[in-house]
Design a protein around this ligand. Sequence first.
Ligand code: LMR
Length: 352
Amino acid sequence: MTTTMKSLISSIAAASILIFTGCGENKKEEKTIVEKQADATGQFVLKFSHVVSSNTPKGKAADFFEQRLEELSKGRIDVQIYPSSQLYKDNAVLKAIKLDSVQMAAPSFSKFGKIVPQLALFDLPFLFKDMDHLHRVQDGAVGEKLKGMVTAKGYVALNFWDNHFKQLSSSKKPLIKPEDAVGQKFRIMSSKVLEAQFHAVGANPQMMPFSEVYSGLQQGVIDGQENTNSNIFTKKFHEVQKYLTVTNHGYLGYLVVMSQKFWDKLPADLQANVKQAINDATVKEREYAEELNTKQFNEIKAYAKKTGNLEIINLTAEQKDAWRQAVSKIYPDFYDNDKIGEELIKGALATE
Ligand code: LMR
């Protein structure tokens, strides 16, 4: 749908709310009448909230999804994308989805910590050999089991989306050996696994919403952070760091979820359109993840060369192995089924 049509429809909806508020009707009545009007036009509004920039794998795939679903539904679903934490920060979006205040999101796995902590499987450092191995895990029995856990909590679990492998950065000291991290303050997402990962190397993990990382680094509240090249570049973290080490130590990805209430309201043909649009967007998303992480890493390298303000460190196989040894010893701490579960961890490792 064109932006003009979208704004026309929003104005009509806003005017309806104003009229009813003006008449002194109570909130409940207002809402029922506005909802009925939406039903009468046969139009559904689907708000999709995320925290990253539009020029990231998730941001581009969300935009692709918007276009595809509006085309497939012939405008009966109006998709509205809210990037860069405009609507909700980090895990706050999951509560909002439960209430149907927003209909869709693709939070990273750590952000499901209070709902399905087992999704932190994907945060375990050095668990996946490469992206193909990771996709086989997501597309196989382990992925299905995890989605089932999210469904059981009252969400519609759609597809897994990628960002990529994470890198480490610091403003304090080059990170070459695990001991270099000792005492440094690293921002982490809210995740027990990430907390354990940094404790394993004697560092000091600090939980912080994604939207606050840049200022945290700039003001020295934290010394360093871990994220993908795409997130580092689009949020300019590299401009407030002195050292970036290519570790690829952990994976960052997402589960796309939808409000169950919203899903139940949709007629079967529109549910089929949503499924088709999300499947098409997922194929594109994996391509964007590869393309953008490569391209944006090149941009970071160009910045480092031009300004001389950032040192990029490539580890030797031996150095990388030392990090692997230091952090992968945390796996058994998560064997308990309430944490992640031995079966899931071993299942992922054994996936061919
Ligand atoms: C983060 O908080 O670092 C990421 O989850 C942001 C994102 O959604 O990629």
